[in-house]
Write a protein that binds this ligand. Structure first.
Ligand SMILES: C[S@@+](CC[C@H](N)C(=O)[O-])C[C@H]1O[C@@H](n2cnc3c(N)ncnc32)[C@H](O)[C@@H]1O
Length: 400
């Protein structure tokens, strides 16, 4: 889905000024300086140019560009290892393990790590390629990428014979998403596969599904809402557990398309979708409201991060504040929330409990699970100590 406000990029090729539509899912601005590079360009030269802020439009063999990207990644890692990364890791592990020392550094470490990742993303995103108006690459040995790009970015303006320039990284993201969309994510505990779309939160870490299967349903379960449905996973669980009518919302149109496709595949006729900021409009009161909001209170750096980062906990607090108004008298709220933000000292448990109380909600019970995903077990991660302590909970809330 392309932004309505088009952006263009221009460069010289054989002394001719060329221009093309600029696509950047990471919201990077169109590059001001572009040079043409090919198989003769060395990785060191490409790295130097990219670090200086020059973008590199690839004209060589498609597969060699992938190798160049790998070579750039290795150079960034080496540089990071030599400098910040090592310092951060040392300080982070010390901070949590010996928490009496400098606990106040943890949020800084988290923000520094995000900055390092953003800088890495900027450098790697400087390797570009051009695709024609059908998303065909005319590079040597280029695979067919048009189906994946159309699914991820939408159609280009064929009438305007518009070609586009994008980063190899964004192209790889689109190709990876196309694979997930085709093969699906198997949710063993539910016995179904979910098919995520590009730009939609993929439930690859889905320990919390078991929490939703274990929690006892409220005795009356005619109507449930799934707020921020993403692929539709939680709505599917509720429908499979026998809730008569499920209304799922999301702000992201890609999520709505994706959830709709998943509901159709599973022939779930009793799930309705609405594009909404939090709660559905014109809907009956809910006996159950579920929500798995973005779990880290920090600013998303691109639309692809909206499912993970929630600046100032705006969605979480809005969800809690609005809940009572949409809840039937004996209704329940099931809030799925990781406590990683607490371990990173971006939010305290007291704050969370205050938000419940201020919204007129009381905790009925809580179910916990430990995430098993790779990052929580990666000891080389600078924030390993915080990540390995993470617990994801289902908070069952009711009217106070
Ligand atoms: C962590 S993902 C959870 C997706 C899905 N419920 C799941 O558990 O797999 C959070 C979802 O909330 C959506 N979202 C964020 N802010 C929202 C808002 N104000 N209103 C509705 N949906 C929102 C995001 O687009 C994303 O799909």
């Amino acid at each position: 889905m392309l932004a309505t406000q088009k952006q263009y990029v221009q460069w010289f090729e054989n002394e001719t000024l060329r221009h093309a539509r600029w696509l950047s899912e990471s919201n990077h601005l169109p590059p001001a300086r572009i040079v043409l590079v090919d198989d003769k360009t060395t990785a060191d030269e490409a790295y130097r140019l990219a670090c200086e802020g020059t973008s590199l439009l690839w004209h060589g063999d498609f597969h060699n560009a992938r190798q160049l990207l790998q070579a750039l990644k290795r150079r960034i890692e080496r540089t990071n290892e030599r400098s910040e990364q090592r310092k951060i890791k040392k300080a982070a592990n010390k901070t949590v393990a010996e928490s009496s020392e400098t606990p106040k550094d943890i949020p800084n470490l988290f923000h520094q790590q995000r900055q390092i990742q953003a800088q890495r993303s900027r450098i790697l995103s400087r390797l570009l390629l051009e695709l024609d108006t059908d998303y065909v690459s005319h590079l040597r040995r280029a695979p067919d990428v048009s189906t994946a790009c159309t699914a991820a970015f939408g159609q280009l303006d064929k009438a305007a014979d518009e070609s586009c320039v994008l980063s190899f990284r964004d192209l790889q993201g689109a190709l990876g998403a196309a694979q997930w969309r085709e093969k699906g994510v198997s949710i063993e505990s539910l016995g179904v596969s979910i098919y995520p779309h590009y730009g939609v939160f993929a439930p690859t870490r889905h320990e919390y599904v078991q929490l939703l299967l274990d929690a006892p349903l409220p005795t009356v379960n005619n109507v449930a809402y799934d707020i921020g449905t993403g692929t539709g996973l939680l709505a599917i669980i509720l429908a499979q557990r026998g809730v008569k009518q499920v209304i799922a919302t999301d702000l992201n149109p890609r999520a709505l398309d994706c959830a709709s496709e998943n509901f159709t595949r599973l022939e779930l006729a009793n799930v309705k979708l609405q594009q909404a900021d939090l709660y559905p409009t014109d809907a009956p009161l809910a006996n159950l409201i579920v929500c798995n909001p973005p779990w880290l209170p920090a600013k998303p750096s691109s639309p692809l991060e909206y499912a993970v980062y929630d600046a100032n906990s705006t969605m979480l607090r809005g969800f809690l504040q609005g809940a009572k108004q949409h809840l039937a008298e004996q209704g329940e709220i099931w809030l799925i929330l990781s406590d990683l933000a607490e371990h990173l000292q971006l939010r305290t448990r007291e704050e969370l409990l205050d938000w419940f109380a201020n919204a007129g909600l009381a905790v009925k019970y809580r179910l916990d699970t430990k995430p098993k995903h790779g990052r929580s077990q990666d000891e080389t991660d600078p924030l390993f100590a915080a990540r390995s302590a993470e617990v994801t909970s289902l908070w069952c809330l009711q009217r106070a």
